[in-house]
Design a protein around this ligand. Structure first.
Ligand code: HEC
Ligand code: HEC
Length: 321
């Protein structure tokens, strides 16, 4: 229940958030009849529920716009008194409330909403993460936190711009924990005699993100014509010469579900639409989808192709006006 997150009292670190009557004990209540006071309290409680449910619904449905820029569209300003608290326990509580309906209670991608969705909500244990910044393809906790904040539109994965840093970082810990525990459970299912400690060690090592990619420096001038040449020989087969990604109908993801190459004219990117974001996707690819990595790409080709891709978005924007 999302409303719990809005009213959990400070100092309740490490315990599951509970709904408490805000500041009820500090108010002098002698002048108000107990019945009236209860009614007011009840009405206030309902108000909090309604606002937060509405906010949750609007965010989940993408009604509230989530862009790259600062978040301006959230209806109620929200201050989390525990913004500095990062803990696995906190993350798991938030996960159960906000994420399990799609990703399943154990993060196996099998929540009640999952069946209807393409692409499927990720099974974290699979180790496929489309977004991240490392050569290994496995995300750092910061990468996961960024994905949670930003969401993965146009897929069903919503962004969570209204959560505090402490909440988002705690959720990232929960995602890693579920991925590791999922692998351990899988190992022990297949080899029942295997030592849990050893399985845990193997799972941790297998999901270790390793070093972050050092991006090649941007050239002083970015040559769009060079980007066009690279794009046409390496990208257009999937993304189409016009960047719309409509022509290929045979692409499937690792779950064997059909997936379209991104329509660049929409300007919507799962991993963000800045030049640096697009360049990172080109170098690293998007594991779990057919989008390949280009780990050995030359700096000039990389930045000019990223700029060429970004320019489709600007053209799409102009076309919609
Ligand atoms: C409405 C369903 C839905 C909800 C709710 C949801 N997700 Fe997702 N999530 C998805 C889908 C669908 C994908 C797969 C997107 C794709 O592959 O393009 C995904 C992907 C992810 C990924 C994989 C990122 C990557 O790099 O591939 C992570 C991590 C994730 N979600 C975490 C979370 C967390 C944490 C929450 C709760 C705060 C959450 N999700 C809530 C649907 C959901
Ligand atoms: C084999 C087909 C294929 C090729 C070749 C390919 N892509 Fe992709 N690309 C995809 C698919 C499929 C997606 C969508 C993945 C998803 O939504 O999960 C994608 C997504 C992307 C995205 C979106 C990233 C985001 O954050 O949403 C970018 C940018 C991109 N590709 C750039 C390129 C560039 C540049 C090239 C050439 C250097 C290229 N792609 C080559 C299939 C391909």
């Amino acid at each position: 229940m999302p409303e719990e997150l809005l009213v959990s009292p400070p100092g309740s670190e490490g315990v599951a958030p509970t709904v408490t009557a805000p500041a009820a004990t500090e108010e002098p209540v002698h002048s108000v009849s107990p019945v009236r006071w209860m009614v007011q309290l009840g009405a206030a409680g309902l108000g909090v529920c309604a606002v937060s449910l509405g906010l949750f619904y609007a965010t989940a449905r993408g009604v509230i716009h989530r862009g790259d820029g600062p978040v301006a569209a959230v209806a109620t300003p929200r201050v989390d008194p525990m913004a500095h608290v990062v803990s696995l326990e906190r993350g798991l509580g938030l996960y159960a409330a906000q994420c399990a309906s799609c990703h399943g209670p154990q993060g196996l991608g099998d929540g009640p909403q999952a069946e209807a969705l393409t692409p499927r909500p990720r099974n974290f244990e699979s180790g496929w993460f489309k977004l991240g910044s490392t050569r290994s393809g496995l995300p750092t906790d910061d990468d996961v936190a960024r994905t949670i904040r930003h969401g993965m539109l146009p897929a069903a994965m919503p962004g969570w711009p209204h959560l505090s840093d402490g909440e988002v970082k705690s959720l990232a810990l929960a995602v890693r924990h579920l991925a590791i525990e999922g692998r351990v459970a899988d190992k022990l299912r297949r080899s029942p005699g295997f030592a849990r400690e050893k399985a845990l060690e193997l799972a941790r090592a297998a999901l270790e993100p390793g070093p972050v990619i050092a991006m090649p420096p941007k050239p002083v001038t970015i040559d769009l014509a060079r980007g066009k040449v690279f794009y046409e020989s390496n990208c257009a087969a999937c993304h189409d010469p016009d960047g719309r990604g409509k022509l290929r109908e045979d692409l499937v993801d690792n779950d064997e579900n059909p997936i379209a190459a991104r329509d660049f004219t929409s300007g919507v990117f799962k991993g963000g639409g800045s030049l640096d974001d697009i360049a990172m996707r080109i170098v690293r690819g998007m594991p779990g989808s057919p989008m390949p990595g280009n780990p050995a790409i030359a700096a000039d080709d990389l930045w000019s192709t990223a700029a060429y891709v970004k320019a489709f978005g600007a053209a799409g924007e102009a076309g919609r006006r």
